[in-house]
Design a protein around this ligand. Structure first.
Ligand SMILES: [Zn+2]
Length: 622
């Protein structure tokens, strides 16, 4: 016994020693990388400075890899510094990869290089050659696009659109200025292109999602969504999940990670949400931007009204873990979050959802899939028409496909469900949709404050503005009506075509008005549009449902208050098991509905639970 205690004590001491030397143990289900800008890598030449920071970081969060940037804003890191820093990390068992930011001067509205100017092209090539000499893996951060409109670029563009000109220009630059020179200098090099979060507008700046994922060895996803109110693009939180899935669907197995920075999160939970949504999307690696931000004190974030409720990002629990007299930093918050979600990630299968088709380089109803994801519709964006799916979701951008009407027709003839948004209806009406059903997008709008589901009036808290859609009675059916007094128009319209069902979903003029739709309206939408998925959500908006192909699911709330929710599943499901606590929730049966002109809904099993503010719960249906 005495030897046992002594042995245990020695083991404990050894673990403490190893923790001090090598930091936190690794995570089972993902790798963690840190990105360091050239400004900081330059400073790392002072090994004493580097060591004091790195020692702190590595006891707070396990890091597998560091991206050492060689260039940003014409700031290049000297060779001797780069080699010294690389050795420092490699000696500590940390992988090193290169990073390049192709900006001329970031603070000047993200000024990029001009790919029509010989001197700039030369510089772009020199930077990659220099980096490829030192690294077998290089990532290009966010800026391998061009926003140059100099005289040369204007002349080179000629009569082409900026989109067409830049798409061609940047594909050519990728091949001739980046990939060929890098591979010539280092035949083993793998070059990864990291894309930012604004995919709807990529083509206009030359980011080419059609050609580049095939040319580059890997792609990488900017999953940061920050604060929807003040950030450009006003990205919704679900976007952090759906953009990773979209890029994974563009290059299956080749989307190597998600990337989150600490900018712009109005409160700490928002930062945590971005981290775990990236991992719930099954990113194999997560990059923390950046080295200098990891040491920011958490005291910079304001207090929140839900603090102390034991939410998913539980500050009290974090403080208990790190102990007294320690100033908590971003790195602590990251370590805490990763430790919490790692066991859950291992329980999740492959993400699945309602396939939403976005043709390459298309625009229309910008980022709408993210807004739909915020009301519990599990949307999965794909770059090809998903003809094999039983339900297909199409927003306005799908109209870029000239063959779209034919494809919709074929799907309906095969007995499938096709959902089109009001924005797409507006475009397709003039392109032959009337051959399927005579439905009109009018110029009239209506302020609505009440809804009708199954002939039942459901008042709403907020009045919203929607486009008025017109149809031919008894040819199409208003399955959810939006009304104002004794008049209304469809929120969801259904038309039959052979064995298929065509739904037209009316999108409010302000997309976020979807979030305020009354619960019975949202639940009916989820059941009708996502009925062939593993489960549907019953409850208010501002809540997302993430589904996986092994009967697991995650419900994530972005609301500021605790809510009661229900999961609706197949009648065969018996229990819903919480993957974190092991709690088993038994379901009740909800009988089949339908008859007369109501939509048919099969029998469901209903599971009730509560969800705290800004929190997730992960479950498995059994
Ligand atoms: Zn130019």
């Amino acid at each position: 016994m005495k030897y046992f205690i002594k042995g245990t004590f020695i083991l404990l001491l050894l673990s403490l020693y190893l923790l001090t030397c090598y930091g936190q143990p690794g995570y089972k289900n993902f790798k963690v990388a840190v990105y360091a800008r050239s400004y900081e890598v330059r400073k790392m030449g002072d090994l004493h400075w580097l060591d004091s920071i790195w020692t702190d970081i590595s006891v707070q969060v396990h890091v597998d890899k560091i991206y050492l940037e060689t260039h940003r804003d014409l700031v290049m890191v000297q060779e001797d510094t780069l080699e010294m820093v690389q050795k420092y990390f490699n000696d500590r068992g940390i992988e090193t990869s290169g990073g390049i930011t192709y900006t001329v001067y970031e603070p000047n509205r993200f000024q990029t290089f001009c790919y029509s100017t010989p001197e700039h092209r030369q510089k772009v090539q020199e930077i990659i050659e220099y980096t490829a000499l030192h690294f077998d893996e290089i990532i290009l951060d966010d800026f391998f696009f061009t926003n140059c409109k100099c005289e040369r670029c204007i002349e080179a563009k000629g009569t082409m659109s900026w989109t067409d000109f830049r798409l061609q220009l940047m594909t050519e630059a990728a091949e001739n200025l980046i990939l060929k020179p890098a591979r010539k200098v280092n035949p083993d090099v793998k070059v990864i292109i990291k894309y930012p979060n604004w995919y709807e507008h990529f083509q206009g700046l030359g980011f080419n999602l059609e050609t580049e994922p095939l040319l580059f060895d890997g792609i990488y996803t900017g999953t940061e969504t920050r604060d929807a109110f003040i950030s450009a693009q006003h990205l919704q939180p679900y976007h952090g999940y759906s953009i990773f899935r979209y890029f994974e669907n563009i290059k299956p197995g080749g989307n190597l990670g998600g990337w989150v920075d600490t900018y712009g999160s109005p409160y700490l939970d928002r930062y945590g949400e971005q981290l775990w949504l990236t991992l719930f999307a099954k990113a194999p690696e997560i990059t923390l931007f950046d080295f200098r931000q990891l040491q920011r004190p958490l005291s910079q974030f304001p207090p929140v009204s839900w603090q102390g409720l034991g939410t998913s990002f539980d500050l009290e629990e974090l403080m208990e873990q790190i102990g007294p007299n320690v100033l908590p930093t971003i790195a602590h918050a990251v370590g805490y979050t990763f430790g919490k979600v790692d066991p859950i990630i291992g329980e999740l299968g492959n993400p699945v959802g309602i396939k939403c088709y976005r043709p390459y380089h298309s625009v229309g109803e910008d980022f709408l899939p993210s807004f739909l994801g915020m009301v519990g519709l599990p949307v999965e964006i794909v770059p090809e028409y998903p003809s094999e799916e039983s339900t297909i979701l199409l927003t306005e951008s799908a109209a870029f496909d000239e063959q779209l009407i034919l494809k919709i027709k074929e799907s309906l003839l095969e007995g499938k469900t096709v959902i089109i948004t009001s924005g797409l209806l507006k475009v397709l009406e003039k392109k032959g949709l009337n051959d399927l059903a005579e439905i009109r997008y009018t110029n009239h709008k209506m302020l609505v404050n009440e809804y009708v589901v199954d002939r039942r009036r459901i008042p709403a808290e907020k009045e919203i503005l929607i486009p008025q859609i017109k149809y031919l009675t008894n040819d199409s059916w208003e399955v959810i009506s939006a009304i104002n007094g004794p008049v209304g128009c469809p929120l969801l319209l259904e038309a039959g075509y052979n064995e298929g069902r065509l739904f037209v979903l009316t999108i409010p003029e302000n997309y976020t008005d979807l979030y305020g739709l009354p619960e019975p309206v949202l639940t009916r939408l989820r059941v009708l549009l996502g009925g062939d998925q593993l489960a549907q959500l019953s409850g208010p908006g501002n809540i997302s449902l993430l589904l996986y192909d092994n009967n697991s699911l995650i419900v994530e709330s972005f609301r500021d208050e605790t809510v009661s929710l229900k999961i609706l599943a197949d009648a065969q499901a018996i229990t819903l098991v919480d993957l974190q606590t092991g709690e088993t929730i038994t379901g009740n049966s909800d009988p089949a509905r339908g008859g007369w002109n109501f939509s048919k809904i099969p029998e469901k099993r209903v599971f009730e639970f509560t969800l705290k503010p800004h929190s997730f719960r992960a479950f498995r249906l059994k």
